[in-house]
Design a protein around this ligand. Structure first.
Ligand code: GLN
Length: 478
């Protein structure tokens, strides 16, 4: 079992500032790490030349004293985000050779601050999954124990950070795809408030849930990335016109007086005993540090999985209708007419989980069933959202597990979609409610596998998440 902690960007930054290393040397080390642990299958594309060239440019800018805020930060990008003139596959055959004509806003903002993008990472096809076994380009392995899954769907981005191939990475979180892998691999993962980060240039999965967010080896690094990628973007109508605070200011190490709620429903049956013990210990540590721990309730918790999987499949089936063989990516050869071309391109281009969700989504949206499923799920979504708003009026944030178990073994759940969906039981609710949530490592189980504690906050109150999560990070490490 490997449990090494890799340098945070803050540490590299100090070495860069102290002239102990260069950005070019850091990038070379990162490329070597990618090569050494190729078997993890974290990357779909590696930009060796481009990254080295950028690194040399950043070194020159540093020498001239005009380098950006993220100078020398090595970042991996989930292959669902567009980068100009690079492939964007979404780990699907249907987009296998599609090259993006433009940059996603989040990517553009990182580069503007002199972060170095190292490559595009593997994922569950179209971000559908919780284990990164659904990729058309092979599964990703957990660096802590290679017989286990890294979680999903942003498994490649998570592993890039957890295995020291990048300081940070961008993932996307529609129902837990940043937080759950972060928890399985022992790193930090943040899903910002819906609308906090522009989704321009992100291939849409479920548009009312999707958010882009960072993976990092420390809460402070995650905050640095959010600082740069957050904020309104005229090219994404759902990005919010809410000012971006100075996140570093919230990392004070002081949680005195912060009210932390423990949702009763999140500690019920089905929770791994070691996960429960680790999260309860976090509550005790926070109490000792001066936070106030209160019991809260989220009465509609039992409906989160069914509500999420109705709404996300409905939205996904609509978003994925655009892949018809005519406009993007893969087209089946030799079809006799247009309908056959559509049918064959989609049948050959999509993998089984994507097909399952398109069928589910089409079903819940179909005329006879719309009211019974889609419409009803929308109403339940509002009830779930209200649960969060009510609880978060009494407390400043919620503390609960990120996932009910630690990393499961490869193949364990792949033939049982329901079991796979249930691993999202603690993460989907933050997406349904549109609130921000962070997963921070808080220990290991009896087998040495990482456990994540999840902190959920009020809309746009990422500062409280950073403040509490950073304190957890310090307390747990002691
Ligand atoms: N595991 C969840 C799903 O399969 C979440 C996916 C995601 O956040 N992209 O829908």
């Amino acid at each position: 079992m490997v449990t090494t902690r890799h340098p945070t960007y803050d540490q590299t930054r100090r070495s860069l500032d102290g002239e102990e290393t260069t950005c070019e040397a850091t990038v070379s080390a990162s490329l070597a790490a990618i090569e050494r642990r190729k078997g993890l299958n974290a990357f779909l594309t590696v930009f060796a030349e481009r990254a080295l060239e950028r690194a040399r440019m950043v070194d020159r800018k540093r020498a001239e004293g005009r380098a950006g805020r993220l100078a020398g930060m090595i970042v991996a990008v989930k292959d669902a985000l567009c980068m100009r003139n690079e492939r964007v596959t979404c780990a699907s055959r249907i987009l296998e050779n599609f090259v993006s004509p433009y940059d996603a806003t989040a990517v553009e903002r990182l580069e503007r601050e002199d972060a170095v993008l190292i490559g595009k990472t593997n994922l569950d096809e179209f971000a559908m999954g919780s284990s990164t076994e659904n990729s058309a380009f092979g599964p990703v392995r957990n660096p802590v124990d290679e017989s286990r899954v890294p979680g999903g769907s942003s498994g490649g981005s998570c592993v890039a950070v957890a295995a020291g191939m990048a300081h940070t990475a961008l993932g996307t979180d529609t129902g837990g795809s940043i937080r759950q892998p972060a928890s399985f691999c022992g790193i930090v993962g943040l899903k910002p408030t819906y609308g906090r980060v522009s989704r321009y240039g992100l291939v849409a999965l479920s548009s009312s849930f999707d958010q882009i967010g960072p993976f990092a080896n420390s809460v402070a690094d995650a905050a640095r990335v959010l600082q740069v990628i957050a904020g309104h973007d005229p090219r994404d109508a759902t990005s919010a016109h809410v000012p971006v605070p100075e996140y570093a200011d919230s990392i004070t190490g002081d949680v005195r007086g912060v009210r932390v709620g423990l949702p009763r429903e999140a500690f019920a049956a089905g929770l791994h005993a070691d996960v429960r013990a680790a999260v309860v210990r976090v509550a005790d540590l926070l109490r000792d540090a001066g936070a106030e721990i209160l019991d809260v309730t989220l009465p509609h918790s039992a409906y989160t999985i069914s509500t999420y999987y109705i709404l996300m499949t409905a939205e996904a089936s609509s978003n994925l209708a655009r892949y018809d063989g005519a406009r993007y990516g893969y087209r089946a050869e030799g079809a006799r007419d247009l309908t056959e071309m559509y049918v064959r391109s989609r049948s050959e281009g999509f993998g089984p989980e994507v097909k399952r969700r398109i069928m589910l989504g089409t079903y819940v949206l179909s005329a006879g069933y719309y009211d019974a499923y889609y419409l009803k799920a929308q109403k339940v979504r509002r009830l779930i959202q209200n649960d969060f708003f009510d609880a978060l009026r009494r407390v400043d944030c919620l503390l609960l597990p990120t996932a009910p178990t630690t990393a499961f073994t490869m193949g364990e759940k792949i033939d049982d979609p329901l079991a796979m969906y249930l691993s999202d039981v603690y993460t989907v609710s933050a997406n349904l409610a549109g609130v921000p949530a962070i997963s921070v490592p808080c220990g290991t189980d009896r087998e040495g596998l990482p456990i994540g504690a999840q902190i959920i906050g009020k809309q746009f109150d990422e500062p409280t998440l950073f403040r509490v999560a950073d304190t957890v990070e310090r307390l747990v490490m002691q």
